[in-house]
Design a protein around this ligand. Structure first.
Ligand code: ADP
Ligand code: MN
Ligand code: MN
Ligand code: MN
Length: 335
């Protein structure tokens, strides 16, 4: 008997959350094509009215569930009762999933204590010492929640997700993991499954995951991003500063379209402070962490062959939508 955890995104706005339930299958092959469609009560997830509540789960990605016996994680798209992609189904609405596009998402998040309603490391009253010592820290004075982070890293690797690294972030209780994948769907699937594993591991420790981009409000604490590093063959091989500029300029007239899918409440985070650019501006620069898009020094040093980092997507953004929008804008440039 195999346990298949069917995972999907609910219909809440502006930020969708993960939902899941377990399906038991006998003689399961472990293959995606042997995962049947399933259904759920969409009236409990803001995806259907009560009188016509069934929505359909269509499996699209599978990996082993490393923390449960005889088990798999099955990422699903949501279809409506007619079998059409539900409007909440960002994955199905990816117009052009071009696997020539590589994405490296840097997912930041806060480990959050539900009792104090504050990040791990924050005292019940007041604040810990100001930002400075926490980024990439070691030691119980500054690093909070490492057990969870380590368990998550192992779980992701055991599941076969392409994690590239982890680090403690600038605020106390804030961490990051990076995932690299080719194509918008694959990158989104991996990020969502990694988020799922983190949420579930947090349960064991009584710690929740705060994905909000500015959970501490307008205090002197960094918000959380999901920087989108991206490249296609052109960016990886062109060797021309001019072509890089043409691509970077293609982002300028579509700032609003990008911000629309870069996560809720991003105006609270993109203030021009705390390593962000203002939401009202569009800028780019080599090695510039105060720009909308950073050109990594590596890209310039390699003679304009490499990748770009869009720093605007936030921690709660849907990676399917972010990746799809980036592909669309880059491909609007005709070289
Ligand atoms: P930062 O210095 O911004 O914190 P990180 O090391 O956290 O950078 O993340 C950099 C990300 O860039 C990694 O996830 C990596 O996979 C990604 N990356 C590296 N090269 C490419 C490339 N050619 N195309 C897309 N992403 C890339
Ligand atoms: Mn990083
Ligand atoms: Mn970071
Ligand atoms: Mn970054």
């Amino acid at each position: 008997m195999a346990k298949l955890e069917y995972i999907w995104l609910d219909g809440y706005k502006p930020t969708q959350s993960l939902r899941s339930k377990t399906k038991i299958e006998g003689d399961f092959s472990g293959k995606l094509e042997d995962c049947p469609n399933w259904s759920f009560d969409g009236s409990s997830t803001e995806q259907a009215p009560g009188g016509s509540s069934d929505c359909i789960l269509k499996p699209v990605f599978i990996c082993p569930d490393p923390q449960r016996r005889d088990a798999y994680l099955v990422m699903c798209e949501v279809l409506d009762s007619k079998g059409e992609p539900h409007e909440s189904n960002g994955r199905a609405h990816i117009e052009d999933d071009d696997n020539d596009f590589w994405f490296g998402f840097e997912q930041e998040y806060f480990l959050w204590d539900p009792e104090t309603n504050k990040p791990l490391g924050f005292p019940v009253n007041g604040y810990p010492a100001p930002q400075g010592p926490y980024y990439c820290s070691v030691g119980a004075k500054n690093a909070f929640g490492r057990d969870i982070v380590e368990e998550h890293l192992d779980a992701c690797l055991d599941a076969g997700l392409n994690v590239e690294g982890i680090n403690a972030e600038v605020a106390a209780g804030q961490w990051e993991f990076q995932i690299f994948a080719k194509g918008a769907k694959e990158a989104g699937d991996q990020i969502w499954v990694a988020r799922y594993l983190l949420e579930r591991i947090g349960e064991k420790y009584g710690v929740s995951i705060n994905w909000h981009c500015k959970p501490l409000g307008q205090l002197d604490w960094n918000g959380s991003g999901m920087h989108a590093n991206f490249s296609n063959t052109l960016l990886r091989t062109v060797g021309s500063e001019d072509v890089y500029k043409q691509i970077l300029e293609a982002f300028r007239p579509v700032v609003a379209e990008h911000i629309a899918v870069y996560g809720a409440d991003n105006d609270q985070r993109l203030t021009g402070k705390h390593e962000t650019a203002s939401i009202h501006d569009y800028s780019y620069g080599v090695s510039d962490r105060g720009a909308s898009i950073r050109i990594p020094l590596y890209t310039k040093q390699k003679g304009w062959k490499g990748y770009l980092e869009d720093r605007r997507p936030n921690s709660a953004a849907d990676p399917y939508k972010v990746a799809a929008r980036i592909i669309k804008t880059v491909k609007s440039v005709k070289i």
